[in-house]
Design a protein around this ligand. Structure first.
Ligand code: HEC
Ligand code: HEC
Length: 357
């Protein structure tokens, strides 16, 4: 049975999107059990793939329930705290529009891009392993074990989102092949994936570059990024929502605007602490609802400003900041460098502080 706290979902929905309309007239029995986001606006102009499916394409039965649970875990990841989550974030905070928005590392593109090699851990990663990374670092938590229900549910949600986009526009949920849990968590980029041909026919690619995937690169900044200019951009464009000290804003015990630095956000191992990744994300997604508002230079400057503030420790830290920097942090991270007379990482916050022992 799905357990749902309506009010907590409401908070996360307000957080997830600027529209908080609900699909009151949803037809499926599954859907009626939950309050679900209505269709959301998608940037159609730049959309080259068909849109992700709406709730009317939710398959019946057990698989549909997995998809719904995965959706919920994605937009209201706080429900997985304290077991897996150690900060105040939800997956949707960085993967906008419930993981559907292109250029915001959408799940449908991600699903079809794994298994894939990652230099971060120097091996081929399945889809579930990639998500484990976001639990460890972006959520400052503890990754669910291989095959855990949460990872299966999240994979089911991502697989379903890929149906309308990359494996054919007019798919019929009744005919949708249902992979075993074991296959589901691997991801769709494999020869024995049931949709591989349809996927390729619909503009999918076996290459890692897939339109809309990730946070697309922007040009190198003309000027070296600057904290001073970044602070100005922050004060003008960001602090109204994220707070003057990047602390975010809460309603009750939930963030409606997520924190950007300090104890309750992504840690020093996360992708977002790399100034290039943050600049790409910000350029395409922030201020929320106004992608592309900042110039490239402003995006780099404000990204540097964010990522030169302390945050939870890199979980790979073994007691020496310089060594941790050397081993895991390239030139795009300021971890272990000196800013305002302090070495970043030396006053960082604990990993998974709320973990139940
Ligand atoms: C603080 C921001 C943040 C949060 C929160 C976050 N992620 Fe991520 N995620 C990222 C970044 C950054 C990347 C790397 C994107 C890139 O390389 O372009 C990423 C990548 C991914 C990818 C791979 C995307 C691809 O195309 O390769 C998946 C899947 C993913 N995240 C799932 C999750 C899940 C599930 C959660 C919640 C448990 C989550 N993320 C929470 C920032 C975040
Ligand atoms: C109108 C309010 C608003 C403004 C202004 C705004 N943001 Fe956000 N920001 C949000 C919301 C809401 C989210 C979570 C998005 C979601 O859940 O879909 C977010 C998410 C983020 C995230 C990823 C999550 C995290 O906590 O790390 C970063 C980074 C970020 N914003 C940076 C910025 C920067 C930099 C600016 C200024 C250029 C900015 N934001 C301006 C509302 C805003």
């Amino acid at each position: 049975m799905l357990k749902l706290s309506y009010s907590s979902l409401l908070v996360s929905l307000v957080l997830a999107t600027s529209t908080s309309a609900f699909a009151a007239d949803a037809k499926k029995a599954n859907v009626d059990k939950l309050a679900i986001q209505d269709e959301l606006p998608v940037d159609k102009a730049s959309q080259v793939h068909p849109l992700p499916p709406g709730w009317d394409k939710l398959p019946e039965g057990e698989f549909g329930e997995k998809v719904l649970r995965g959706y919920r875990a994605f937009v209201d990841t706080q429900e997985l705290s304290p077991q897996y989550v150690g900060n105040g974030l939800n997956c949707v905070n960085c993967h906008s529009d419930a993981g559907r928005k292109e250029n915001a590392a959408p799940l449908w593109a991600a699903y079809m891009s794994y298994p894939a090699f990652r230099s971060k851990n120097n091996k081929i990663n399945s889809f579930e392993e990639r998500m484990q990374g976001c639990f460890m670092y972006s959520m400052n938590g503890t990754a669910p074990d291989y095959g855990a229900d949460t990872l299966v549910d999240l994979s089911a949600y991502a697989y379903w989102l890929a149906q309308g986009t990359l494996t054919g526009e007019d798919f019929d949920p009744a005919d949708m092949p249902i992979p075993s849990d074991e296959n589901l968590v691997k991801g769709g980029k494999r020869d024995d994936f049931p949709f591989m041909q349809a996927y390729l026919d619909n503009g999918g690619s076996k290459e890692p570059e897939l339109h809309g995937r990730g946070y697309p690169k922007i040009d190198e900044p003309e000027l070296e990024p600057s904290r001073e200019r970044g602070a100005e951009v922050f004060a003008q464009e960001c602090s109204v929502c994220h707070g003057e000290n990047g602390e975010g804003q809460k309603v009750g015990d939930r963030y409606v605007f997520p924190p950007l630095w300090g104890p309750d956000t992504y840690n020093w191992g996360a992708g977002m602490q790399r100034v290039n990744t943050a600049a790409y994300f910000i350029k395409h997604n922030m201020p929320i609802g106004q992608p592309g508002k900042l110039s490239d230079q402003e995006a780099w400057d404000v990204a540097m400003y964010l990522d030169t503030h302390d945050r939870p420790q890199d979980p790979r830290y073994k007691g020496d900041i310089a060594e941790t920097r050397e081993e895991f942090h390239g030139g795009m991270s300021y971890y272990g460098t000196e800013v305002d007379g302090k070495v970043l990482g030396s006053e960082s916050y604990p990993n998974h502080p709320n973990k139940a022992e």
